[in-house]
Every structure is written in C-alpha cells, then in structure tokens.
Write a protein that binds this ligand. Structure first.
Ligand code: GLU
Length: 469
C-alpha cells in the first residue's frame, strides 16, 4: 500500500544580517509550494556562527517575513539549541569510522598546500589523520567526514535543474565540526532536515555545490536524501550579481519606501516563476498556480521599474482612506504632524488626489508634504514655459480676485479662475499651470481646483505672491 507523505519544506535563514530580497524569494517559493500541495512550511534558524549571529537580525528577518504573510507552521527550530544532537551524531559517525578527528594545524595544512603546488581552493585534504591516533585528549581537532572511496561521481536529481553530475574527485574529507565542536553548515543542515522530516529542499542555486556533500552525509547516516530544487539567482540588469544599487536591500527597506507587501510578493514570485503571461496575481492565485515545474533554470533579472509598476497598480486598488492608513502605518507615522493645517478628511482627500499618480508610498508622502508646506524650489523648465509676462499678469489679477472670496470652496474659486481666463482670452491651462507651479513647484499635479481648496486661502495667496518674486 502506498502511504501518502505530507510534503514538508523549510526556510533556513542565518541571522547574520537582515532579510534581503533573495532570501525572501526563497522563503516565498517554499511557502507557496507548501500551501499549494497542502504541506507544512517551517522556519529553522541557522545560528551556529556564534560570532556573527544576532537576535536582532533574527527578529528583523521574522518581521520581514511576517510582513509578507509568511510564518512558520510549527515552532521555530534553532540550531544553537541542538548542540547535543549534533554531538551525538558525530559520536555515532566516529564510532562507525565514517568520520574522524583531524589534528592537522592550519599551519600544517597550509604547508602541505604549498608543497602540493595547488591553490587553496583546489587543495583536497589528503586524509593524513584518517589513520592517525584518534585520541581526542591530544590537542585541538576538527571532525572530517571519511569520503567513501567507492564513489566516483555524485548525482543530484534537481527538480528545477534536472540531473546534475559532480565528479567525486572534486570533494575531499570535508570538515563537519569545528575545533569548538560546533557543526559546519553542511552537517547541521543534513541532521536537521532529517530531524524535521523535510521532503523538499528548495533553496538558492548558490547551494547547489553543497548538495553533493550533503548527499554524502545522508549516505553516511543511512538516510534517504530529500528532493532538491535549486532556484536560479536574481541578477542585476547587466546580468551580474545583484548589488545594493540594483535593489538588493533589506526587505523592510521596501516597506519603509512604501511598497505594499502584496505588490512585492507578486513581483518576487515572478522572478524565476511564470504562469503564462500573467503578471498580476492575488495571493490565492499564487497559491493555486505555484509549482516548481514552472520555475526557470536561468537567472532572473531584477527590474525595479516593473516592481514599481506593480506597486502603483496595487496602490490604485486601495481606497483613499485605506491608502492614508497604510502610509501612516508603514511609511510616515509623522504624516499628521507634518500636515497640521489639514483635518483627517483633508488628508484623505489629498491622498485621493495623488494616489493614482505615484509609484511608492514615499513618493506619495513627499507629494503631500510638499503640497502642505509649499514648494522649496520651482522646476525651472516649467517656469520658463509657463510663467510668461502674460501669465504673471493673470496671476496678479487672480490674487486680487481671490482675496475677496469669503467662502474658500470649489464653488466660489472656480468661477473666479474662469473669469480671469475669459478676460485674458486664454484657455484654462494657461492659468492652471502657473497656479500649479505656485502651489507645488511644478506642473505635474492633480486638478488645480482641488489643490487650491486643500492649500487654503491664506497659504494660496502667499504662494501666488511668492511665485511672482
Ligand atoms: N542557512 C543557509 C543560508 O542562509 C540555508 C541554506 C539551505 O537552505 O540549505 O543560505
């Protein structure tokens, strides 16, 4: 009888920094895979590097994942709390002669590298200590795996890359535990993936080269390896490694910059995975359609413009009130304090005017603050085009007429502006553009009547005077 095994996947971050977008995409692919197949998604904290691991990094990584809707289905597993387990597995391997203590000092290894005439990365440990006296009392030692002599090649059957064959001579008796007893990555990952009953290891392609070593360890431990799926790298637009400048920053920086998590998730999933030509997906659709078969082999180029387009699309779908709530929560908590003349309703109205015109929450906040505070400078090209002597004359006239308005409403402002235009024999745009420049510094802004209402009478008159100076 065939028993059904529930798929179990894990995301295994090292808390040595914040969560970058590459890590987020790996987490997302794992999470979507689990949700799609009805399996379990786990988070394991790989914090064996005691010097570089920090709790604050872990907290910020978990916060970033949570912001994207990703949480572990089971309690977190911390490698730093599993020292005894690793120790007992090492004892077992030592007793079965599948691993051995290596007492070679770094200097001794170094001089053998030099004598062998090869560079460090091509140096294969020569098994010097395999037959040495294994008395641990002697001095400091590392633990090395005894690489099986009968193996000539190692085959990784990868769900994305297909069959990848490695020549066994590329590997040596690699180290699995440091002198202080702490486990090396390849060892701890195998022990824990087995312990957590992981069925599918979905991770970045940079780990493909580690997989043969892990297969050796599964064999040494008498365990069947999980299935592997190595997802392609995220590349910069020029095809190189993604750098900070191209957007390889902390996921939470995207939050503060005013990206909606659903937009970022939507964009990140499309980096390497596709479903026909569809670009926009709800979370439900992503869960329904996601599969590893549709993940490409080639590196995926990070395209900031596309991310911004997706973000703008998601922002448009929010109501002005929702959008206002979001930017205050994620982007500018001090928004009310920076737009003090406005009531809550004014603020929502201002958001409604701008939300279709911006790509990020930060741009939206900047536009609101500029509208409220007045421009610090004017766009020169706009001034040159629109602030003609005739336009200046109209603005002077407008100041006169607006000053005598008693109710600062659209109903009262509109006829005044129309009258000035008619009197000068020009279309509305010839006056609307100078007003926009006066109020916001440039001509790219929402409808001028709405802006005037929001800016208020006194401030409008001040800004109209200022633009004439
Ligand atoms: N801690 C490893 C990393 O952050 C995890 C690798 C793996 O998923 O096996 O890259």
């Amino acid at each position: 009888m065939k028993t059904h095994i529930t798929p179990r996947v894990r995301f295994a971050p090292s808390p040595t920094g914040n969560l970058h977008i590459g890590g987020m995409r790996t987490a997302l692919f794992n999470w979507l895979y689990a949700r799609n197949v009805g399996g379990a998604f786990l988070i394991r904290v790989e914090d064996t590097d005691r010097e570089r691991s920090r709790d604050e990094f872990m907290q910020s990584q978990l916060a970033a994942l949570k912001w994207c809707g990703i949480e572990s289905d089971e309690p977190l597993v911390f490698q730093s709390k599993r020292t005894d387990v690793y120790q007992s597995v090492i004892e077992k391997l030592l007793s079965e002669k599948k691993a051995y203590r290596c007492f070679c000092s770094p200097e001794a290894v170094e001089s053998r590298i030099r004598a062998s005439g090869v560079t460090e990365e091509h140096f294969a440990y020569d098994g010097f200590c395999k037959t040495a006296d294994q008395n641990p009392a002697r001095r400091s030692f590392v633990i090395r795996v005894a690489f099986p002599e009968d193996i000539t090649e190692l085959v990784v059957s990868d769900l994305i890359r297909g069959t990848v064959t490695f020549d066994a001579s590329l590997f040596d008796d690699f180290i699995i535990a440091r002198p202080d007893g702490s486990p090396m990555y390849n060892f701890a990952v195998v022990v824990d993936d087995a312990f957590q009953k992981i069925t599918h290891v979905i991770r970045g392609e940079e780990h493909l080269g580690n997989t043969p070593k892990q297969i050796i360890l599964y064999r040494a431990l008498g365990l069947t390896p999980p299935q592997f799926a190595h997802i392609p790298l995220i590349l910069s637009p020029d095809g190189g490694k993604l750098s900070k400048r191209d957007g390889a920053v902390d996921v939470l920086a995207y939050k503060q910059e005013g990206y909606l998590s659903d937009a970022l998730v939507n964009y990140m999933v499309r980096l390497g995975w596709s479903h026909g030509d569809q670009e926009l997906f709800t979370k439900e659709e992503l869960i329904k359609y996601f599969c590893l078969e549709a993940v490409g082999k080639k590196g995926a180029v990070f395209d900031m413009h596309k991310l911004q387009w997706i973000n703008a699309t998601y922002i448009k779908q929010l109501s002005a009130a929702q959008c206002c709530e979001w930017i205050v929560a994620d982007v500018m908590p001090e928004l009310s304090g920076r737009t003090l003349r406005w009531s809550d309703a004014d603020r929502v109205m201002a958001v409604g005017l701008y939300k279709e015109r911006i790509k990020t929450g930060k741009e939206l906040c900047d536009a609101l603050v500029t509208l409220h505070e007045g421009p610090r400078e004017y766009v020169e090209a706009d001034v040159a085009q629109w602030m003609t002597p005739d336009a200046r004359g109209m603005v002077t006239e407008l100041i006169q007429r607006l000053s005598s308005i008693d109710q600062w409403t659209k109903d009262q402002i509109t006829p005044v502006i129309n009258e000035v235009c008619t009197q000068s024999g020009v279309k509305l745009v010839s006056l609307a553009q100078p007003i926009r420049i006066a109020l916001t510094g440039g001509t790219h802004s929402p409808g001028v009547f709405d802006l005037l209402v929001l800016v208020g009478k006194t401030e409008t008159l001040n800004r109209l005077h200022a633009v004439l100076r």
